[in-house]
Write a protein that binds this ligand. Structure first.
Ligand SMILES: C[S@@+](CC[C@H](N)C(=O)[O-])C[C@H]1O[C@@H](n2cnc3c(N)ncnc32)[C@H](O)[C@@H]1O
Length: 219
C-alpha cells in the first residue's frame, strides 16, 4: 500500500484534548524506560523531544532523573497548552521548556545531548527533514531514540489494528490512529531515509505488530 499522508500538525483543540486524555501510559513508560536502559551512562544532559505533544513522555523520562533537563517542541498550540499544564502539575516546569514551533524552523537552543521523538515521523511530508533535524540539533555521540508506527499492508489491515487496540476509544482518536497508520513508513523506507542522510550507524528494529524504533548514537 502506498503512503497516504495525514495533516502534519495536530492543531485541532478537540483532537489535542482527546489525544492527551488517551491512555498511552504503558507505551509512553516503555519509551522512557527503554531510553534510560539503553543509555545507562546518560544521567546528565539536555534532551530534545521533537513533537512532544502533551509532554507525557518528557515527564516520565525526567521523573527520578534529576540530572536531565528537556526541551519539548510541538507545532500545535493546543498541544503545547496541554503540555504546559501537565508539566506544571508534575512540578517539572524548571527542567522542561516547551516551544510551540515546527522542528523544520531554527530552534533557539544550542546543540543538545540527546534526541527523542515518538509518533512524529508519520506526520511529516518529507521524512528526510526529520532525520536532518536529528543530525543538526544533536551533538556528535548523542543518544537517539525515535519510535513510530509501521504502515500496514492494506487499509483493511489498518482497520483491524485500530479495532484491536482502540476498540473503545473515542471516534476522533480511532480516526487519527487509522490515518496515522496509512501515513506511516515501512521498515525498509526508514532504513533508506537513514542511509540517505549517512545515519546508517543508527539501528532500526521492529517492535510487535505496529511500531519501529531507531536507536543508537548520532555522529
Ligand atoms: C501523534 S503526536 C505524538 C505526541 C507525543 N510525542 C507523544 O508520543 O505523546 C505527534 C505530534 O507531532 C506534532 N507535529 C507534527 N508535525 C510537526 C512539526 N513539523 N514540528 C513540530 N511538531 C509537529 C503534532 O502537532 C503532534 O502533537
Amino acid at each position: 500500500m502506498e503512503r497516504i499522508l495525514e495533516p502534519e500538525v495536530m492543531d485541532g483543540v478537540e483532537q489535542a484534548q482527546v489525544y492527551a486524555e488517551a491512555d498511552f501510559a504503558e507505551e509512553n513508560q516503555g519509551f522512557a524506560d527503554r531510553f534510560l536502559e539503553s543509555y545507562p551512562d546518560f544521567t546528565e544532559g539536555h534532551v530534545l523531544d521533537l513533537g512532544c505533544g502533551p509532554a507525557d513522555i518528557p515527564i516520565r523520562l525526567l521523573r527520578g532523573q534529576s540530572g536531565l533537563w528537556l526541551t519539548g517542541l510541538d507545532a500545535s498550540q493546543p498541544m503545547i497548552r496541554l503540555a504546559e499544564r501537565a508539566v506544571k502539575e508534575a512540578g517539572l516546569a524548571d527542567r522542561i521548556t516547551l516551544l510551540c514551533q515546527r522542528f523544520q524552523d531554527p530552534i533557539p537552543t544550542s546543540p543538545v545531548d540527546a534526541v527523542i521523538s515518538n509518533s512524529l515521523v508519520h506526520h511529516v511530508p518529507n521524512p528526510l527533514q526529520f532525520w536532518y533535524a536529528v543530525k543538526k540539533f544533536a551533538k556528535p555521540g548523542s543518544p537517539v531514540l525515535v519510535m513510530d508506527l509501521l504502515r500496514p499492508e492494506s487499509p483493511d489491515e489498518a482497520q483491524t489494528i485500530v479495532d484491536q487496540y482502540a476498540a473503545t476509544e473515542p471516534e476522533q482518536l480511532r480516526k487519527d490512529f487509522y490515518n496515522s497508520l496509512l501515513s506511516a513508513f515501512t521498515e525498509d523506507e526508514v532504513a533508506a531515509h537513514l542511509a540517505e542522510l549517512n545515519l546508517s550507524r543508527l539501528l532500526i528494529d521492529v517492535q510487535g505488530d505496529r511500531h519501529w524504533i531507531v536507536y543508537g548514537r548520532v555522529y
